[in-house]
Design a binder for this molecule. Sequence first.
Ligand code: GLP
Length: 244
Amino acid sequence: MRIIKAEDYYSMSRMAANIISAQIIMKPRCVLGLATGSTPLGIYSQLIEWYKKGDLDFSEVTSINLDEYKGLSGDNDQSYRYFMNTNFFDYINILKENTYVPNGLEEDSEKACREYNQIILQSGGVDLQLLGLGNNGHIGFNEPGEAFEKETHCVKLAESTVKANARFFADESLVPKEAYTMGIKSIMQAKKIVIVVNGEGKADIVKQAFFGPVTPKIPASVLQLHNDVTLVGDQEALKYIEGL
Ligand code: GLP
């Protein structure tokens, strides 16, 4: 695993955005696995800025997002489809029909997941997967204790995740309790992985996930087994990692 220590959130975002833009420049028709959450927001702003300057072209890019709340439509401002449109896709020249997010409105979980796995397969696989890190070590919505071998599936969100994500909703009771997420198996099939972390609140879980044992109790720990992972973190999130 390559670890890049950035001074602050802005510089973490720029470094991760640099890796993503290199991917797009080297392979314009690439498949990006994208993530939501507050951590990648700075990356998306940076990529938008470079696009506006004429340095990046997304016209041939396909994007496949990690996850979506079950029960929310793409018009709901808390859905991950809405997040991606309003924080990224609406400002760049990616073709909307080439952007994929699991269908939160599909009530039949088995069908929703099967269709999403099909989309990943037909895309030819993810070239670069961007990840954030949940406070309990989750990636996508793969909560602690989930089997490593799963592809897209429906999950019951951990209480701590519902609480952590309640900050985006008017009330905690409005946070959906289930989500569709790419599984660990799908994530591990990406050719390259970039995981971004910032803030002191993530310092402890960063140490456990990347310098402790590989265990389903900390889903992100499985990334230690992938052969092309770059961890980009700010000083605070990497404060327990020695020798950087
Ligand atoms: C959510 C998302 C994850 C994300 C995590 C951390 O649960 N499903 O993909 O990584 O939140 O979010 P944040 O970046 O806001 O800390």
